[in-house]
Design a protein around this ligand. Sequence first.
Ligand code: NAD
Length: 703
Amino acid sequence: MSEIASTTLHGDVAVVTIDSPPVNTMTREVRAALKTSFEALRGKPEIKAVVLACAGRTFLSGGDMREFDTGVQEPGYHEVLRLIEDSAVPVVAALHGTAMGGGVETALACHYRIALDGTRLGLPEITLGIIPGAGGTQRMPRLIGLEPALDMMLSGKPLTAQQAKEVGLVDEVVTGDLPERAIAYARDLVAQGKGPRRTRERKVAGAERAEEIVAARRALAAKTMRNRNSPNVLLDAVLASITRPFDEGIAYERSLSIEVEKAVEGRAFRHLFFGERELRKIPGIGADVKGRKVERVGIVGAGTMGGGIAMCFANAGIPVTLVDTTQANVDRGLATIRKNYERSVSRGSLKAEQMTQRLALITGSLSFADLAQADLVVEAVFENLALKKEIFTKLDAVAKPGAVLGTNTSTLDIDEIAAVTRRPQDVIGLHFFSPANVMQLLEIVQARHTAPDALITALDMAKTIKKVGVVAKVCYGFIGNRMMDPYGREAERCVMEGATPEQVDSALEGFGMAMGILAVYDMAGIDIGYLTRKERAHLLPKDPSFYRPTALLTERGWLGQKSGRGYYRYDGADRKRTPDPEAIAMFQQEAARLGIPQRKPSTEEIRERCLYAMINEGARILEEGVALRASDIDIVYTSGYGFPRYRGGPMFYADTVGLQVIVDKIKEFGKTLDPQYWQLSPLLEKLAREGRSFAQWQADPAR
Ligand code: NAD
């Protein structure tokens, strides 16, 4: 018997226990252990029932992601699950923890299922661009009916044990000692003379309406999961549970499953999944470097960002002191926080007592002295270098030794801010995104003197407040906003060349961006970019068309949604964007005045110009070491900038297009458009020449 599986006898009930820490992933070894265990139980007349359970914190948690790229090793899922389902005596799955994917599919192959209260069960494959491939698409509809099975598989969301009981996925929800309850359940089955109950032999409830149901789901998926193929493939596979015999359905599921695993969409999701695991690996910082403890947090500035950041910590149970200059400012900040929580309560996503607890964790103050106990202080005052220097001088005077001092600046030089303190090793950039309590991304900016353990503290803190922390180095715009710059520049230039805002945004949204960039400007406030560019004018190109549409709108006072019009009008009852002929005419007149040729760029050209300009800048960021890895850039873009996850982020997308294709296009743009904007990144050019990808470069940068 292997060490992973053990079988114990309890009268005539055998209990097979899998123990493969940390989460009983269905690795090849676990499958082999299951196979050996169930083979050994065959032909033992004294055994009347079997319980399959797991030690540790969860039932089989899911498949082994590493096998997606290597292929599934023997014994495969089907062989093992078939063996379990074929058992001549009833097999009871005893579920606890989080059973996902392959774990749930194994439970489906058992004949009965009981779950400890608190268990969660899901088939999340669609969220990774793939489909259940161990019989889930064939057994789940047979067990719980077509529509509940589709709900589960198309959303990827897990069910609670109670919900699973309601749909018939589990037979009983129990509390107390799970193995004991499972043994008792198995004994009852034996006493009642109940034998195996094979899922594969059942008929699918809802089969008579299958065509109609599946067609409706296809139509919905086309809208809500635009550009994605895996939902369609999933529906094909599920339909086979009705139109084909079980064995054929399984074979079909398998062929489809392999197809989606190899497709770009599946690879893109896996790239991001594995990329997130790399985020904590920082060159020069070993695993022995531990973060400092963060038990109390201070925030300076109770405005838009400060309030949102305070909520992030309160949500994690960490007490926060929020400092601003006047009581009115503090009160306004606290009132906004309360309003945000109240909205969550009225929506049902937060309980009233949780709101009370969280609000109680946030204390307003007018005094920096109240920050003396904070382990971490986040500064979120106006974007002004002199002011931030003043704040950091004050913080240096009051903060306790070892406190991490973070700034939420978007554009200022953090090294300069750190230099006013006597402890630059404790100063770091913490670039939250708006709204800070909602947005997942946190850029963690490692300044010149930031200490390794201060950086690790920030990474730990990001995890505590459920953010994706990505490390960047100091430069203008860090990773995200710096790459947005050329992207937005091309979008605006396309407008000057005769594309309407709607054409530009539709091209980008059709590609999969959550929102077109011009609509984003309208949402954020047109003047924001305008004002920062005005401050940096001496550093920017002397090109009269550079970000000209935004300048025109700002000068007219058409500042976007907040003024009811910007690139679009927002004055309908639903406040949805509608084209604005006046704005379009204004852009056209300006183009004529500046003598800009009207190319009327096509959808394809708009996409290529915006995305390839962004990718080229991404390559520069890699060259300069501002981002540590191509996958870090991809995570920034998919978690903070609405880049479609199913395309894997800009750098992964570039690899799928082919770097040579992109280089050729950039060279062409250098001839047909303004050459100053189409200077190739040496890294991009080199990789294309060598026939390598960003992924290959990431794996072996020195080559
Ligand atoms: P805001 O104007 O909403 O809030 C700034 C707050 O700081 C105000 O409440 C103000 O009273 C307070 N303040 C000013 N001087 C102070 C002082 N001496 N002591 C204490 N409090 C003081 O600004 P915001 O949008 O929250 O931006 C704050 C910072 O976050 C800026 O550096 C900005 O660049 C950055 N940021 C903003 C966004 C965004 O989308 N709003 C996104 C990322 C980063």
